[in-house]
Design a binder for this molecule. Sequence first.
Ligand code: NAI
Ligand code: MG
Length: 339
Amino acid sequence: MGCCCGTGSGSTYKITVIPGDGIGKEVMEAALRVLDASNVDFDYTFADAGDEQLEKTGVALPQETLDMVKKSQACLFGAVGESAADVIVKLRRELDLYVNLRPVHSYGKKGRFGDVDFVIVRENTEGLYSGHEEYTDEGATALRITTRAATRRICEFAFNYAKKTGRSKVTAVHKANVLKKTDGVFKEVFYQTAENHKDIESNDFYVDATAMYLVTMPQNFDVIVTSNLFGDILSDEGAGIVGGLGLLPSANIGDDNGIFEPVHGSAPNIAGKGIANPSAMILSTVLMLEYLGEQDEARKIEKALIDTIDEGKVVTSDLGGSSSTMEMAEEVARKLGEL
Ligand code: NAI
Ligand code: MG
């Protein structure tokens, strides 16, 4: 998959674990089962956040949780429900995790879209998604901020990431024909940044056209760099292309910290049934291991998961099987033990 940084140290990593709500808890238990079978040692601290926490205490993201995440080397995050804006969006902002990396990769049966392998690099700190809204007499307004500094660092990350992971093209996605100023700046800074990375091809598309191209020619994409809300929407489209939200992991990365979480939410429609696909959470731990520099263990877990999906015997119902979340995780852990 290819994430970031570091070299495996053989030490014990201090990790904050936030299971959250609904299937967040279920997929977290499953992913930790797989990590238990790996050769890396972790010192976990469990922390609360989400709808249940809000219900109990009136606060969705306790200060202790925020402090704990700041102190740890990385954080695993399951999913929360309606309090997402006050929890994960706040964590990203408070820790200045300016990159949201979302690899879209087809595993198992390739379906109608064939082999798909691209990465969405989503700006994580500003834009419409940061939710600066207010009511007016007429209804409501939202503030959309695009700074040159934030755009430059996300574009730099996208080009450097392409280079580091052997990818050859970065595509900027925007709507600069209509949002002439906010996305005009995004496009302008993107091409300025591209000047420093001439070995990587660069191009750009409008977001509406991209929504179509993703389903008509997904193979034409390599690295997509885009603003916060567009990245959110296009990554769920990416999930649909490769077989569903149960398969898409993500990494929130800043200069000092990382939070690793599936793209999906708490899925109240299937929560409590033990049928959620744990793959997105397991792949999020793979991104965390890469971030920590544990490349070998990352590859092994990824292989154990891919083999499990390819075999198709012990997989959840969204992948065409009838196994539970934990049964699938046990199978991945068993395969990992054999590698
Ligand atoms: P969702 O991602 O929870 O679910 C969308 C659809 O995908 C549902 O049909 C669900 O059953 C399916 N799905 C999701 N994950 C799956 C998995 N691992 N295995 C099998 N099927 C899976 O999005 P939705 O329904 O729009 O939102 C539900 C709640 O989650 C909302 O309260 C929302 O605010 C929250 N949310 C939280 C996020 C986070 O914590 N980062 C991200 C997205 C939504
Ligand atoms: Mg989303």
